[in-house]
Design a protein around this ligand. Structure first.
Ligand code: NAG
Length: 486
């Protein structure tokens, strides 16, 4: 029996991202009105290193085996303190910004399989919720209209550049004829909630160590204070200043600079960013995993051309790849569509590029791949004999969409490496922004000592904005197989 598979991804067709970016080591501390869903997580270049399970009081490592486990002693206590700071800043910001209208952006949802879809071959479906605010989303999966919970995972949420978030959910599946899967995402911005999420405001802090090269000459520590999706204050180690972006932010930034809080923040550059960056270069950033690439014939998206080829690259690390189509050695730019780099949630990535074309006899078509794991570009020619005669088809259709949620799935392990057992420096508590309304609380040190001794600084319960409505999105996946024995 021989078959080829057709996969149509109806959502998420976007541009190719660029090759190399600066490194960003990020710590996100988030809190909300009503003290729900506290978050403290650490990531590197968009991949998740670990997060804090506040209920269990432990650090949960999210690194794949080829990276090894990373410890962070002291981080749990630190995270609890950061939560107090976050909640204090939230309460202060709600008052100082006069209880603004709550920002709500519903998610956009994309569903894609982790691996190439083959009938009967176990696989993973990933439901990717993007560009939503506030976090988090909830995700529910059904198979043939029956809810499935077994094996379902939900990732933490990660910030985008515009302070919206992304989140992933995964479910194991084995493609079988006629099965229909759906991923429902719930969010404040979506109608028809089946569970209540929460009312209230969202505040978060992003502590970032940014650098582009191993010598760390451009190392920068940035600490952002974001309320209701608006960055109201930022500390920047290069200028060694706080800068405010709203009235509330400006007042606090001026005060912090006056009181020498900027100098304290600056110690994070060498006490926190630098040692961790050195560890990342030594243990993580040198890793590359070569993509596994396949060029195959698929059903065209449009009527423009009779044929379409897909160039699929799976299982590469890190992100940042370039696929180019070559026709008789010359680069083709027209009639090319590509997905974004899709995250597999386990530190690996995948991408798909499509070329629609009208075949000419005697020509050669190839997919050129450039990635940091390859010392030079690698060419994958299309072999027409391989995909001759599509006898079996899998169609993955996605319909509906809107809203976000995340799931994450722990890893498929391809490379066994010993655990490095690295220990990270944690961020000292230098990130308090105090209410400017009350000069008597403007004594930073006393606040820090209160916080350090575990005292509740911010017991004020705030009422949330009136209605929270939710959004529900459903994605259907349909798999259709037509087997023919040859
Ligand atoms: C930090 O400040 C420097 C110098 O003013 C500036 O070049 C850089 O872009 C700033 N970085 C951020 C993230 O704001």
């Amino acid at each position: 029996m021989r078959f080829s598979v057709f996969v149509a991804l109806l959502l998420g067709v976007l541009n190719v991202s660029s090759l190399v970016q600066a490194h960003v080591d990020i710590n996100v501390v988030a809190c909300q009105t009503g003290d729900v869903d506290p978050e403290d997580e650490k990531g590197l270049d968009g991949d998740e290193l670990f997060y804090i399970d506040f209920a269990k009081g432990e650090v949960v490592s999210r690194t794949p085996e080829f990276i090894g486990q990373w410890g962070a002693p002291g981080w749990v206590d630190q995270a609890r303190t950061h939560q107090q700071v976050c909640k204090n800043n939230l309460d202060v910001a709600v008052k100082a910004e006069n209880s603004p209208t709550e920002e709500i952006d519903p998610p956009e949802v994309t569903v894609y399989p982790r691996n190439k879809v083959l009938p009967g071959r176990s696989n993973i479906l990933i439901c990717f919720a993007n560009n939503f605010f506030p976090a988090p989303v909830k995700v529910r999966w059904t198979k043939n209209d029956v809810e499935v919970t077994e094996g379902v995972t939900l990732s933490r949420y990660y910030p985008n550049k515009d302070f919206t978030f992304t989140q992933y959910s995964t479910i194991p599946f084995t493609p079988q004829e006629g099965d229909v899967y759906s991923c429902s995402v719930e969010h404040k911005g979506l109608p028809e909630p089946y569970t209540r999420l929460w009312d209230g405001y969202f505040h978060h802090m992003q502590n970032e160590c940014r650098y582009s090269s191993e010598d760390l000459t451009d190392l920068e520590f940035i600490s952002r204070y974001i309320f209701n999706k608006v960055e109201y204050a930022r500390y920047n180690s290069t200028s060694n200043k706080f800068t405010g972006y709203t009235e509330h932010g400006v007042k606090n930034a001026d005060r912090a600079n006056r009181e020498g809080e900027n100098a304290q923040q600056h110690t994070n550059l060498d006490g926190y960013c630098r040692p961790n960056a050195q560890r990342y270069f030594k243990n993580i950033l040198w890793h590359t995993v070569e993509p596994s690439v396949e060029v195959s014939s698929v059903k065209p998206f449009s009527q423009r051309h009779p044929m379409m080829l897909a160039c699929s690259a799976y299982d590469f690390y890190p992100a940042g790849i370039k696929l180019t189509w070559l026709r008789d050695g010359k680069e083709v730019k027209t009639d090319v569509t590509s997905t974004e780099e899709l995250y597999d949630v386990d530190w690996y990535h995948q991408i798909h590029s499509y070329l629609e074309f009208t075949p000419k006899s005697g020509e050669t078509i190839a997919c050129k791949v450039e990635h940091s794991s390859l010392s030079e570009a690698k060419i994958y020619p299309w072999d027409p004999s391989v995909s001759a005669g599509d006898r079996n088809k899998v169609i993955i259709g996605a319909s509906g969409l809107v809203l976000g949620l995340i799931l994450s799935l722990a890893g498929l392990i391809y490379y066994k490496k010993k655990s490095t057992g690295e220990v990270l420096n944690y961020l000292p508590l230098h990130c308090v922004i105090l209410p400017w309304e009350n000069p008597r609380t403007n004594k930073l040190n006393s606040v820090i000592s209160q916080l350090s001794s575990g005292e509740q600084l911010c017991g004020t319960q705030l009422r949330g904005p009136t209605s929270s409505f939710m959004i529900l999105a459903v994605i259907f996946l349909t798999f259709i197989f037509n087997f023919k024995h040859r």
